[in-house]
Design a protein around this ligand. Structure first.
Ligand code: NG1
Ligand code: ZN
Length: 533
């Protein structure tokens, strides 16, 4: 059997380190890059099987996002551009448990093919892309070799952001009704929509300059392309473009969000507007320095509020009533953002466990589902029904010019947004367009509400799986005493809130705390940390 022989050779070429166990987490498999080749062998097989079962193209992205350069990872993308369906994480984990015994692994592959009712020679198309890490090209090569064992055809997209790959997978499978399945198609869709939105809006301001810290990653080159193409409309400057610094090293969205300070080496100038994206360009945060020289940051929660308010206004102007808008957050959302959405904007808010798949899934319950993780990863989903209503309104001659304009603005906004997954480039353009149309400044955006001071800590423990949670991770069910202890501690603090959960991407337990003052938030986080240790 030739396929089995080929796989046998790959197992020899890329041996599994003895005693290693890994799980498919919220971001796929992620680890130090030198211990990853063997998992790529398994994931090339899994992607092939998934593509055969779905009779569609499946994506494989090689990246470790905001993690350091020495890490890498792999995640699969389902045909509609979504994260791999949860039911398949089991197969991913099962494949990862096999050692390098070809007979046992092959037996399992045959069993799977039987169960899933697919044949080795069934067609499978895999879209492959990777970030800028040194280890990425060699790891992508292992995926290619292994996918070919099961006769898959590889579409190699080479260097791409994670959201770009999600986009092309969706386009490939959606008969291009979502756009053309190339990088050029991606840029065309985004840039054309941005230009249309600005140009159709009477009195739109020229977007102000925006300076982007690209985390020395893949987003830099892609943003430079967008900047050049839209240079007549918007001035985008790219810093940390990879020519000098190291990937995610003292820069990028994760650094800025967690440390609540600007990327190293960037001297903030008053009245300028800055952004950071992360290593695979699916997260975005804004920041600036105010007149009192204070560092101010706008995170994922702020995008939810901004987008909800823009979409709400435009729906009203278009006289599109009874549209079910909802915002989806995780427990990491700042309590003030939740308050503001519910009590001031009267937008319903749902809370789900950490992990984009949970947010994305919940967002599908609405006509317009806006979801963001506090760290700046998020997007907006529009139901087919609302898209049709908007399209009909644009062409409806019985409507007033104002109504039709608002509908047209909504349509252009939808085309900027990458509905498959959070996309820093798309979110940046969408945000800048809103600024221009609504005549909003970054200070005004910040003033919509005031964050409750918060603190996040990482705690190392012997076995983080000891900690189990419920209620969208806001309540701890194991170890038995812990939640009572946390409740006791929290009750001492004004506006106190705290929770703990095991990270899905790092070997740590995360502690989150918010309270009336920063000193209190720090103290609360620390007390809870001690309870966990
Ligand atoms: P973990 O390590 O499970 O907390 C982190 C982020 C998630 C998500 C994933 C994937 C926080 C608190 N957690 O997950 O939101 O982005 O990484 O990258 O930011
Ligand atoms: Zn990322």
């Amino acid at each position: 059997h030739i396929a089995k022989q080929k796989l046998g050779q790959l197992l020899i070429q890329y041996p599994k380190p003895a005693g290693l166990t890994m799980g498919y987490g919220t971001s796929g498999f992620r680890a130090r890059s030198d211990i990853l080749p063997w998992i790529m062998v398994r994931m090339g097989l899994l992607a092939s099987l998934r593509a055969k079962v779905k009779k569609a193209c499946v994506g494989v992205m090689i990246t470790a996002s905001h993690n350091p350069e020495c890490d890498n990872g792999v995640k699969l993308i389902d045909p509609m551009g979504e994260m791999l369906d949860q039911s398949w994480e089991v197969y991913a984990n099962n494949l990862a448990t096999f050692d390098d015994n070809i007979d046992e692994l092959w037996e399992y592959i045959e069993l799977l093919m039987n169960q899933l009712n697919v044949q080795p020679q069934d067609e499978a198309v895999i879209a492959l892309a990777h970030d800028t890490r040194q280890s990425s090209i060699p790891l992508a090569y292992v995926i290619r070799q292994s996918a070919q064992v099961l006769h898959s055809i590889i579409l190699d997209f080479d260097l791409m952001t994670t959201p770009q790959l999600h986009y092309v997978v969706r386009c490939y499978n959606d008969d291009c009704s979502y756009g053309h399945y190339t990088e050029a198609g991606y840029f065309d869709k985004l840039c054309t929509a941005f230009q249309n939105l600005i140009e159709m809006s009477p009195g739109a301001q020229r977007p102000e300059q925006v300076i982007v810290d690209a985390a020395n990653g893949v987003g830099a080159v892609k943003l430079q392309y967008v900047a050049a193409r839209l240079s007549k409309l918007i001035h985008i400057d790219v810093l940390n473009d990879g020519t000098q610094g190291h990937l995610n090293d003292c820069c990028g969205a994760d650094y800025v969000k967690l440390l609540q300070k600007p990327p190293a080496g960037i001297e903030l100038r008053p009245s300028l507007k800055y952004c950071s994206i992360d290593g695979d360009a699916d997260r975005l945060v804004y920041f600036f320095i105010n007149s009192k020289k204070q560092f101010c940051m706008l995170d994922g929660d702020r995008f939810s509020v901004l987008y909800a308010s823009f979409l709400h206004t435009k729906l009203q102007q278009a006289k599109l009533n009874d549209v079910k808008i909802g915002v989806i957050q995780t427990a990491y959302a700042n309590g003030s953002s939740t308050d503001y959405l519910i009590n001031t904007m009267h937008v319903p808010v749902a809370c789900v466990p950490t992990g984009v798949k949970f947010l994305h899934h919940k967002a599908q319950d609405y006509d317009i589902g806006i979801y963001f993780e506090a760290n700046g990863h998020g997007t907006v989903l529009f139901s087919d029904d609302i898209k049709n209503k908007i399209k009909t309104a644009v062409d409806d001659q019985s409507r007033t010019a104002e109504e039709r304009l608002a509908a047209n603005q909504l349509r252009a906004f939808i085309n900027i947004i990458n509905e498959t997954v959070g996309d820093a480039i798309a979110d940046l353009l969408a945000t800048e367009a809103i600024f221009a149309i609504m005549h909003l400044t970054i200070e005004q955006w910040l003033q919509l509400y005031t964050d409750i001071p918060q603190r996040q800590l990482k705690v190392s423990v012997r076995d983080r799986t000891m900690i189990q949670t419920t209620d969208a991770e806001r309540c701890c069910t194991a170890p038995a005493y812990l939640q009572d202890r946390i409740d006791q501690i929290v009750s001492k603090y004004q506006r106190g809130r705290s929770f703990v959960r095991p990270s899905g991407t790092e070997d740590v337990v995360r502690v989150y705390a918010e309270a009336h003052t920063q000193a209190d938030a720090d103290k609360l986080a620390n007390e809870v940390r001690l309870a966990v240790e």
